[in-house]
Design a protein around this ligand. Structure first.
Ligand SMILES: [Zn+2]
Length: 1056
């Protein structure tokens, strides 16, 4: 035996060279992996801009091509016909088709997809036979469908740059080769030993054992003499067979493949990504019976069901065996901040019902590994949808603060708790390396509290998924001294283990705020506006259709259409679409989805209105509908013949016992009786004299608007110099300051352009100053007073705004139009308030929360840009100022300055993002008392849900009526819809929530013919103990703060 000097570095690098794919491959082990090879017999191709089915594609005209030929451009598809003949001499050998290309490929055999081939995803060979038999057929024709885009799209120069439309692609290898599995196994062993040596380092003796084992394997192994391999193999087996102790950490290795439903590629490409990725996963499941693959997003499964039925059947078979595990429970992995509470519920409703129907059970884990922050209402929503477990890892991306846990209880706004787990390796795309396995243990922030972790392996984002090599690595590490135990596992097993350890876990209360990607609250304003609009349209359609169902025996509830429209909206709420972090092609698709929802939605509104009008005496005209559950008195633009409008004051006065809800009636313009509250009623122009007018007055170029509630003073450039609550004389604007001040910031992030706004942008704040004299009076008064002005934001961008004050309205509105042509600029509007408070309040899903107005700690200042829904508020004792909006989500309050984020101008991945015309409205509401008592929440609803004036095709109900009313303003009736399950069902679902943050009892009154009322969960499953006694058409509900409750109302059968 030679002297064993074994210098650490030379030994390590010696082994590295022995397995290197670059160095010494003429001599080393790696060079022996594939030995004999031969070209394919014939290669021909057909190029198309379409994404064709296999049946269509194979009938096309294929032309002979060579390996190395270029094809393209971006987003086209090249189909290859590969004719091959295996040499007879290879009998007894394992034979592969080796295929390398920079476009994503899918192999088709006998009309079915069989495997994905992507060089980026380390899938470059397709096994033709694992042992060629004597009499086996040796000739075969395959097709390979190659997309002209890569795993992560086709960015020009960098991954997130806008796609290069002219990119060309190439197949750089297409050949048959003999694969030496004994060489492969040794390579896996040696790479793992190297990983252990490097990962444990020179302070660890197990590290030296690994290194010396590898070194000895090199000593005994002659790559040219396969008969030397078993000795080397035995050395490795001995090392990996040395077991660890009972206290070892257990890693649950779960196969996964994160596929962004649209991102740097369009939705349609995702359909194919799913097929490429999952057919490969199915093949691995069939070959590795202990391999378990977790898969989320019902929408993607539905695509595969429709486009690849054969593959879908195999997936379902794998699911029956417990190898394919649907997770998440949602329609897509949605954004966790921007969707409304109801939309989040629908993600689960559509998702869980799909999983139940297609796979026989609902998901038990919520799965959002890649989403940009998590609303404090998610625990309650999850719980209501049958889920008490949550997995993500995105908070590892925090820029400022390290999140203190990997396994913990997450407690939501209402106190609901779920068990949350972040895989401590901080990734959902592991490769099975020793480094990742070790990080999973060392990085775990709950050491000692729990001894189990998730390890999600498989290429992700653009799909790809696990490889056989990853599985082989993980299997070798199942139980080796010095390393954690690794077991192929399922999410269910992992969480069961965590639950059994749960006694020692800590609790995190409130939102999981991601300290990064805060620009996504603002980027792509049209997508945000589409989201808010369409959430409203679907709300209104469901409400009106439900009323029509209750009132008319003829009316068919449009259940199928509504499911279709909801699914489009839910699709757009994917975590790279509604955040605006996608390419232009995706934006175009998203806008067309919104257009579908708007046009179909308006059609459905008209149909419901027609049904509500039918059969009742009354003159034809307009049906005015209040879709909110409380009385409103508002100025409404009523259509007149010829396309003109006239302003009318619609009052839902009603008697005080009957407040609340939805009434229905029709309006002939002048006169109508005092009307009820919320849903449908007749219009009437009130005698103007009985209201204080908003009289714009103009002195020194300034304008004052006054409606008796608010007095608004604008300076000659349109800035707000004073906002007075008339009754108290209280001024809302800070002394010496002005509101409605537009500000521009330089907005250059570190990398993630569409995603990120950095803290340093605040240092570049520049006021936009207008020209005095641009302010003009708009509407002169009466029911409405207004002033308007123009503002040049920059040489290329301009803004015009109408400041509007209506009779009886507690807020002043700012209708804004912007022509925006900027590069890396951020536009906001600021309102310095005469209010002092260390915290501001922001609306979120089904409630609100507070965030600090100061930068005391790093956790405080990391929230320099936050998200909100329809309103935010800064209040001190007895007084406050609320800022409402109709389609914005980015916001901040620092000190006493409320700031609303309006427009950004990022250039990647969409160079055209936000360029062009925008229209949006925000509103300002000073108030006495708390924002709860002052009605800020209702005002924000009113701004977002204008009264509807629908043409009544026939006689409309002569009298206004109200469908629902509530006894307390603390409770909001958010949703009225038909129960799922049966399109002919005469059962409605009502969803209500406590919006003030209080314990409260509430009486719900309805005028609908209800025969039974019972509580249900968010998936509309009856609560067996939830029967609610109905007395005089009233039922009582008790709420805790921010609690969401759903109930089923079974309507009486129609009379005829
Ligand atoms: Zn993602």
């Amino acid at each position: 035996m030679a002297a064993a000097l074994k210098h650490w570095r030379t030994t390590l690098e010696r082994v590295e060279k022995f397995v290197s794919p670059i160095y010494f491959t003429d001599y080393n082990l790696r060079g022996r992996l594939y030995r004999d090879s031969c070209p394919v017999a014939a290669l021909s191709s057909f190029l198309t801009p379409e994404r064709l089915s296999y049946q269509q594609a194979v009938q096309q005209d294929f032309r002979s091509v060579q390996v190395g030929d270029h094809f393209g451009p971006t987003w086209w598809t090249c189909w290859f016909r590969v004719e091959l003949t295996i040499p007879e001499a290879w009998v007894g050998q394992e034979v592969h088709l080796r295929w390398e290309s920079n476009g994503e490929g899918l192999v088709w055999r006998d009309g079915e997809p069989v495997q994905g081939l992507t060089t980026e995803g380390e899938k470059t060979s397709y096994v033709l036979t694992d042992r060629l038999g004597e009499g086996d057929p040796r000739s075969l024709t395959l097709y390979v469908e190659v997309a002209c885009s890569g795993l992560l799209g086709a960015g020009k120069g960098s991954m997130i740059a806008a796609p290069d439309p002219e990119k060309t692609f190439q197949v750089s290898r297409a050949e048959l080769a003999v694969f030496h599995r004994d060489v492969y196994k040794l390579l896996v062993d040696l790479e793992l030993l190297l990983g252990i040596a490097k990962g444990l380092g020179e302070d660890n003796q197990r590290s030296f054992q690994a290194l010396y084992t590898a070194n000895q394997m090199v000593n005994v192994c002659d790559p040219a003499q396969p008969e030397t391999f078993p000795v080397a193999q035995a050395l490795a087996s001995r090392f990996f067979g040395q077991r660890g102790g009972e206290s070892q950490h257990t890693i649950h290795a779960i196969g996964h493949c994160h596929i962004d439903t649209a991102w740097l590629w369009p939705f349609k490409e995702t359909v194919r990504k799913c097929a490429r990725s999952w057919v490969t996963a199915v093949q691995l499941m069939e070959q590795n019976p202990s391999f378990i693959f977790a898969c989320s997003q019902a929408q993607q499964l539905e695509w595969v069901k429709n486009h690849y039925p054969g593959l879908y059947t195999r997936l379902q078979e794998c699911a029956c065996r417990g190898q394919f595990v649907p997770v998440g429970g949602t329609w897509v992995e949605m954004d966790g901040n921007l969707p409304s509470g109801e939309a989040m519920v629908r993600q689960f409703l559509q998702g869980q019902n799909f999983f139940l129907q297609e796979f026989g059970k609902m998901c038990s884990e919520f799965w959002l590994p890649d989403t940009f922050g998590y609303s404090a209402q998610l625990p309650q929503i999850m719980r209501g949808c049958g889920i008490s477990r949550f997995l993500t890892q995105k908070l590892s991306w925090n820029l400022v603060n390290t999140f203190p846990h990997h396994t913990f209880f997450w407690e939501g706004l209402d106190g609901s708790r779920v068990l949350a787990h972040f895989p401590p390796g901080d990734s959902y795309g592991m490769q099975g390396s020793v480094k990742e396995v070790l990080k999973t243990v060392t990085n775990n922030r709950d050491k000692g509290r729990t001894n189990h972790s998730a390890f999600l392996f498989g290429f992700g984002d653009g799909g790809g998924g696990p490889t056989q090599t990853m599985l082989d690595r993980l299997e070798r590490l199942c139980n080796t001294d010095g390393l954690p135990r690794v077991q192929l596992s399922s999410p269910g097993r992992l969480f069961s283990e965590l639950e059994s350890d749960a006694g020692q876990l800590c609790t995190w209360v409130g939102e999981l705020f991601l300290e990064l990607h805060n620009g996504t609250y603002t980027t792509h304003a049209q997508i945000k506006k589409g989201n808010r609009d369409c959430e409203r349209i679907l709300h209104d359609v469901e409400l009106l259709s439900s009323l029509a169902l209750a009132r008319s025996t003829q009316f068919l509830y449009p259940a199928v259409q509504l499911q279709y429209l909801w699914r489009l909206l839910l699709l757009n709420q994917f975590h790279d679409v509604v955040p605006g972090s996608c390419i232009q092609l995706v934006v175009e698709d998203a806008m067309s989805h919104y257009e579908d929802i708007r046009s179909h939605g308006n059609g459905l509104l008209s149909a419901a209105a027609a049904a509500l009008c039918a059969g009742e005496p009354g003159p034809e005209g307009l049906l005015v509908v209040n879709t909110l559950p409380w009385k409103r008195t508002e100025v409404l633009a009523l259509p007149k013949p010829g396309g003109a409008h006239t302003l009318g004051l619609i009052s839902s006065a009603g008697d005080s016992a009957q407040h609340g809800l939805c009434s229905c009636s029709r309006p002939h313009l002048p006169a109508a009786p005092a009307a009820p509250a919320a849903c449908v009623r007749s219009t009437r122009e009130s005698p103007e004299g009985s209201f204080s007018r908003p009289p714009p007055t103009k002195t020194d170029g300034s304008v004052t608007l006054d409606n008796g509630i608010l007095r608004v003073r604008l300076d000659p450039t349109g800035r707000l110099t004073s906002l007075v609550l008339v009754a108290s004389g209280r001024e809302a604007i800070a002394e010496g300051a002005v509101g409605n001040q537009f500000v521009l910031f330089d907005d250059v992030p570190l990398f993630w352009d569409a995603w990120d706004v950095m803290d340093y942008h605040l240092e570049t704040r520049k006021l936009v100053l207008g020209q005095p004299g641009t302010l003009a009076v708009g509407t002169e008064g009466g029911l409405r007073g207004s002033a308007w002005f123009l503002l040049q934001l920059s040489p290329n961008s301009r803004l015009s705004q109408e400041v509007v004050l209506d009779v009886g309205c507690p807020y002043v509105r700012f209708h804004t139009e912007v022509h925006w042509q900027e590069t890396h600029k951020f536009l906001k509007v600021e309102f310095p308030a005469r209010v002092r408070s260390p915290q501001a309040t922001y609306e979120i899903q089904f409630g609100h929360l507070q965030r600090p107005t100061h930068y005391n700690t790093s956790w405080d200042w990391a929230r320099f840009e936050v998200w909100a829904h329809r309103w935010m508020d800064l209040s001190e004792c007895g007084f406050g100022l609320a800022l409402l909006n109709d389609c914005k989500y980015g916001a901040s309050v620092r000190g006493n300055v409320l700031s609303l984020s309006l427009l950004r101008a990022p250039k990647a991945p969409d160079a055209t993002a936000d360029m062009g015309r925008h229209e949006f409205t925000y509103a300002l509401m000073p108030h006495k008392g708390s924002f709860q008592d002052a009605g800020v929440i209702r005002a924000a609803y009113s701004l977002n849900f204008p009264l509807l004036a629908l043409p009544a095709p026939g006689p409309a109900p002569a009298a206004a009526w109200s469908a629902f009313s509530l006894s307390t303003p603390a409770v909001v009736l958010e949703t009225v819809k038909q129960a799922e399950a049966n399109p002919l069902s005469r059962t409605l679902v009502l969803r209500l929530y406590e919006a003030h943050g209080s314990h409260v009892d509430c009486w719900l009154h309805t005028s609908l013919p209800v025969q039974e009322a019972v509580l249900c969960d968010l998936l509309e499953k009856r609560d067996p103990a939830g029967h609610l006694p109905l007395r005089d058409n009233r039922l009582k509900l008790s709420f805790s703060p921010f609690q969401v409750q759903s109930l089923l109302l079974v309507l009486q059968p129609p009379l005829d």
